[in-house]
Design a protein around this ligand. Structure first.
Ligand SMILES: [Zn+2]
Length: 295
């Protein structure tokens, strides 16, 4: 009887637990994947930027402000990736708990060392990476470190579920560690890669694939004929692949392909909206496959 009463009380308590779900808003689908992976059943995740749009170029929308209004935690990439819209959306949301510097504001870029940090970036030239390269989402190892930091932040906000947050972050890191040798092995001996934007350097670094340059002369500045000609001159006699995302215009890639004979591949840099860790690993698999094709 006592056991039955305990069981009944657990069943009754179910909806109360559901009400205590941590409300998380992620700026991109990569950050959403991480929040979902670490948060598990203890969080509800809303994503702001659709993965088929350039997160550098979005504008704040009323729907973003509505999502942020009730959030307990915002998970952003940081390093100025969202500077064009997140500050405005946060301003419109009037939710002090998730403003920068508060416990409810988490930035992935603040948890790991960034590439291109400390370069003499010239904002006047239109460089959109003055705070270091924000595209760490394609680096599974850095994402695992971020997952651990995110687990600690979620544990601070929701101590009752701390053990679960930490366990899921550990499981994600373990999955990354077990997959990485296979990724490196498949990519070994790959030719170079040219990307439209400087958004693949974390992954090429992890895989040991030579990064041969970008179609953009400066991060955020459209390709120019003179830049592409100079780039093709440096690629002469080498093998490789040119990659751009579905939202980046194909003309520059096609022109460089014509000058060099390199193939063009179109790949997203973020997983689909609502992704779990498996979908993220599938995206890394696709990248490894593409980069190892450019031999
Ligand atoms: Zn960028």
């Amino acid at each position: 009887m006592k056991r039955l009463l305990i069981l009944l009380s657990l069943l009754v308590a179910g909806p109360v637990w559901a009400l205590q779900t941590l409300e998380v808003v992620a700026t991109t689908s990569s950050m959403g994947m991480l929040a979902r992976t670490v948060g598990g059943p203890a969080v509800k995740v809303t994503e702001l930027a659709p993965p088929d749009r350039d997160a550098h170029m979005l504008q704040a929308r009323p729907s973003m402000m509505r999502a942020l209004r009730d959030a307990q935690l915002v998970v952003a990439v940081g390093a100025e990736l969202e500077i064009g819209w997140l500050p405005a959306a946060l301003n419109g949301a009037t939710n002090a708990a998730i403003l920068p510097g508060r416990q409810g504001h988490f930035e992935a870029a603040a948890q790991v060392p960034l590439l291109d940090a400390g370069l003499a970036a010239d904002r006047a030239q239109g460089d959109v990476h003055p705070a270091g390269n924000p595209h760490l989402n394609l680096d599974p190892a850095r994402m695992a470190t971020v997952a651990g930091a995110l687990a600690e932040r979620m544990a601070q906000l929701d101590a009752a579920n701390a053990a679960g947050y930490r366990e899921r972050a550990r499981a994600f890191a373990a999955a990354v560690a077990s997959k990485t040798p296979g990724w490196k092995q498949r990519a070994a001996g790959s030719g170079g890669v040219v990307s439209y934007h400087k958004d693949v350097i974390y992954l090429t670094g992890v895989l040991g694939v030579p990064f041969a340059g970008t179609l953009e002369p400066v991060p955020g500045v459209a390709p120019t004929a003179s830049h592409l000609e100079a780039l093709s001159g440096r690629l002469k006699g080498k093998a490789g692949v040119i990659v751009h995302t579905p939202y980046q215009p194909p003309a520059g890639a096609e022109k460089l392909a014509g000058l060099t004979g390199w193939k063009v591949a179109v790949l997203p840099i973020d997983p689909p909206a609502g992704s779990d860790a498996q979908a993220y690993f599938s995206l890394i698999d696709r990248w490894v496959q593409t980069l190892s094709g450019g031999r």
